[in-house]
Design a protein around this ligand. Structure first.
Ligand SMILES: [Cu+2]
Length: 507
């Protein structure tokens, strides 16, 4: 029975692949590892599993992606291949996207007409050259990412190894005790009890279809002391769709934070990953000066500061140096528009570690492009003329809760079709009432313009397109396949804000 189903799936895949013309040649790699010779290196083993996590004293059933020894995610050394057997023990079908990797199309970890989900109880092999840097892995199916089906994916370089810095990886999340489907239904006006959207209690309630807006008025209340700053008005602020129960850093809140032992006078390389589904964070280093050295795993000209914005899907590598006298140093991540924060604490031996409040004194403003404008790639694109230029509009809104590209939800989208080898630019113009972190699969891009101003920005895979703003990305299409281009707000993607870049192989 299983074989029959598998064969039927394969035939269906082959048929749709044939419709893609040149892409059908990519399919033989669909089940990598199946023909791996016996003498090859043993694959690393990862399993998608259920686990119980205690959040603020309450148990929650969540997912995890772990190695047999319990390590969350993967940490690869220089020269090591991404040779992985992924077992799905989640109790449901799943697929894991290797966010930041640029593997062949068949191994990207997205299910589509050509690539099936991994059935519950089944395994899938992967074998490709990993891309160095701070990356992560997460479900690209349904709303599993909201239930923490995510983990770090770190690929170290020889230079990282030589660097005299302690590596500290921090995966950030937003967390709800609710069923994510209920959260989404509350936004889209589904059949749920609308009172469910208010997690904190005391925020309105009983207004039925008005729930999404109530969340927004709540957000604005939190922004009270920011009114008038930077020309922002109440009406202009539209930051967060959902109130979460907690914000996590490596699965923990400031009730019981991770305390990382560091050396007096030592250097630390923070590998920060915004794995939240719907939360942009401000990273606050407090008394420490930080130097951003990589964005989405790609080296940048060093940028120093103590406060850095990160939208969903993005990574930042930040070097800090601990003072010779030592102490305890929180690394904070505060939700934009809100007072809630999470983080870890770096502490030298013997330091007194004081409790850090989970609420900051004041609400944070929106994460904007101020850091993005300062970033410059160490390895930029070579100058050459553009072969294919696209402009897409980010559209949709809160009522109805549908987010789209060029007014079309995914499924009715018009793919951006390019030929392998072309220099491509995509300008994303935000005509919607929220900011969107836009992520492209299959290749990294260079940020080529922000709000219409050209720059030679960072090479990365996820860029913020602010409200009323635009971003132009440029890349050389070198990876044939159908690559999702989507908002990394999970709830925006789930309701339609996704299209595809189709890179055709020329023969
Ligand atoms: Cu979005």
């Amino acid at each position: 029975m299983t074989i029959l189903q598998t064969r039927r799936r394969f035939l269906a895949s082959a048929a749709s692949a044939a419709a893609l013309g040149g892409l059908s040649t990519l399919l033989p790699a669909l089940i990598p590892g199946a023909v791996r010779p016996a003498w090859a290196a043993a694959p690393l083993r990862l399993a998608v599993e259920r686990r119980v996590l205690e959040v603020m004293g309450k148990p929650a059933s969540v997912f995890g992606i772990r190695q047999p020894d319990g390590t969350s995610g993967l940490f690869l050394d220089p020269g090591q291949r991404f040779l992985v057997d992924l077992a799905n023990r989640a109790g449901e079908d799943a697929v894991i996207h290797w966010h930041g990797m640029t593997p062949p199309y068949a191994q990207d970890g997205v299910a589509d007409a050509n690539r099936p989900l991994i059935r519950d109880g089944a395994s899938q092999g992967y074998d490709f050259e990993p891309r160095p840097g701070t990356h992560w892995m997460h479900s690209h199916h349904g709303l599993q990412e909201q239930r923490l089906m995510a983990a770090p994916l770190i690929v170290r370089t020889v230079e990282d190894r030589r660097e005299d810095a302690q590596e500290v990886t921090v995966l950030l999340h937003d967390f709800t005790f609710k069923d994510p489907a209920e959260v989404l239904a509350g936004l889209t006006g589904g059949t749920m009890d609308h009172g469910d959207m208010n997690h904190g209690g005391g925020h309105g309630g009983g207004h039925g279809g008005a729930m999404p807006m109530m969340n927004h008025s709540m957000d604005m209340k939190g922004m009270g002391d920011m009114k008038g700053m930077g020309g922002m008005t109440m009406a202009a602020m539209d930051l967060n769709d959902v109130e979460y129960d907690a914000y996590l850093a490596n699965d923990r809140t400031f009730d019981d934070p991770e305390v990382v032992r560091v050396e007096r006078g030592g250097r630390v390389r923070l590998r920060l990953i915004n794995g939240a589904t719907s939360t942009a964070f401000h990273i606050e280093l407090g008394a420490l000066d930080g130097t951003v050295v990589a964005a989405d795993g790609n080296p940048v000209q060093p940028v120093t500061g103590r406060r850095f914005g990160m939208v969903m899907g993005q990574r930042l590598d930040i070097l800090v140096r601990l003072p010779d006298e030592g102490g305890a140093f929180p690394v904070l991540a505060q939700r934009e528009g809100e007072r809630q924060r999470t983080g870890i604490i770096l502490a030298t031996p013997g330091a007194t570690v004081n409790k850090v409040a989970g609420l900051a004194d004041g609400a944070a403003g929106p994460v904007d492009l101020s850091l993005e404008r300062r970033l410059t790639a160490l390895a930029p694109l070579a100058p050459r003329p553009t072969d294919a230029a696209f402009t897409i509009r980010l559209t949709g809104g809160m009522a109805p809760y549908v987010w789209t590209i060029d007014d079309r939800p995914f499924g009715e989208h018009r793919p951006l079709t390019v030929l392998k080898g072309q220099r491509v630019t995509v300008t994303m113009v935000n005509e919607s009432p929220m900011a969107h972190p836009m992520h492209l699969h299959g290749q990294h891009f260079q940020v080529a313009a922000l709000n219409g101003t050209a720059l030679a920005g960072a090479v990365r895979d996820t860029v913020l397109v602010p409200m009323n703003g635009s971003a132009t990305i440029a890349f050389d299409a070198d990876n044939p396949g159908r690559w999702p281009l989507h908002c990394h707000n999970l709830l925006h993607m789930a309701t339609g804000m996704m299209t595809e870049l189709v890179c055709e192989q020329t023969i």
